[in-house]
Write a protein that binds this ligand. Structure first.
Ligand SMILES: Cc1cc2nc3c(=O)[nH]c(=O)nc-3n(C[C@H](O)[C@H](O)[C@H](O)COP(=O)(O)O)c2cc1C
Length: 232
């Protein structure tokens, strides 16, 4: 955490970045300063089959807030929309996951922000398939161990099962040794964003929870990056 940045400035900067931020890309944003060390990389994964839609926008909002929080943070959005990713099988096909896996195996990755739409109060099948294929991040080495993960759920209804989606993803990522973050006021568990006619710009409360997840993941990733995990 930048010692010159107090918490209020920090959240204000994060909010401003999110407001200014536009969306949708698999673009990587480099850290603007690395304070003499490696950048701390956060990857956002948007798990809607609809590329560039509300899930991708919410995850990008969180990544923008994370970058604004600390100059050591670099981010990349992986939008799974339109990609072909099968769930686990004994002989997984050579599908679009093949290109994604090396990005996640990069030792610079210090945390994840995963977003999924609520589909009948559960995570999307694309999100489940993505997580099932992440086995190589668990064995032979726990590559994600002790790294923070924040989760954002999108839904078309205010009480559409967002927190169930968050829990499902958090629980799955526990299997990878990741540390789920959440709980910064006004949110309770993760990012919960309401989509109204495919538009999230009016849900300022929900967008605040997405920004808060970005900030929480950034804070913990920077702190833990100082002393990396030794879990093998
Ligand atoms: C098959 C299906 C099931 C859905 N189920 C829910 C639901 O249980 N709760 C909810 O709030 N929204 C539900 N929705 C709405 C989506 O979660 C919402 O539109 C979300 O913003 C879509 O994400 P995207 O814009 O990134 O594609 C459902 C949409 C579809 C297509």
């Amino acid at each position: 955490m930048n010692p010159d940045l107090n918490r209020r400035d920090f959240l204000g900067a994060a909010g401003a970045a999110a407001l200014a931020g536009t969306v949708v890309s698999t673009v990587a944003h480099a850290a603007t300063a690395t304070t003499g060390s490696q950048p701390v990389k956060l990857i956002g994964v948007a798990c809607s089959p609809r590329r560039g839609m509300t899930t991708a926008k919410a995850v990008q909002t969180a990544l923008d807030a994370a970058r604004a929080a600390d100059p050591r943070i670099a981010t990349e959005l992986i939008d799974l929309g339109g990609l072909n990713i099968a769930g686990w099988s004994p002989s997984p096909p050579a599908d679009d996951f093949t290109a994604i896996l090396p990005k996640l195996q990069d030792p610079a990755v210090a945390g994840l922000i995963i977003g999924s739409p609520a589909y009948y109060r559960g995570l999307s099948s694309l999100c489940k398939a993505f997580i099932e294929r992440c086995g190589p991040l668990r064995e032979p080495k726990m590559l994600l161990a002790d790294k923070p993960v924040g989760v954002i759920a999108l839904g078309g209804f205010r009480n559409g099962g967002h927190e169930l989606v968050i829990e499902q993803i958090q629980v799955a990522m526990l299997c990878f040794g990741m540390v789920p973050v959440g709980g910064r006021a006004p949110g309770f568990q993760g990012g919960t964003v309401l989509s109204t006619n495919d538009d999230i710009s009016g849900d300022e409360t929900g967008l605040a929870t997405a920004r808060n997840i970005g900030v929480r993941v950034a804070e913990l990733a920077v702190r833990l990056a100082v002393k990396p995990s030794t879990i093998g």
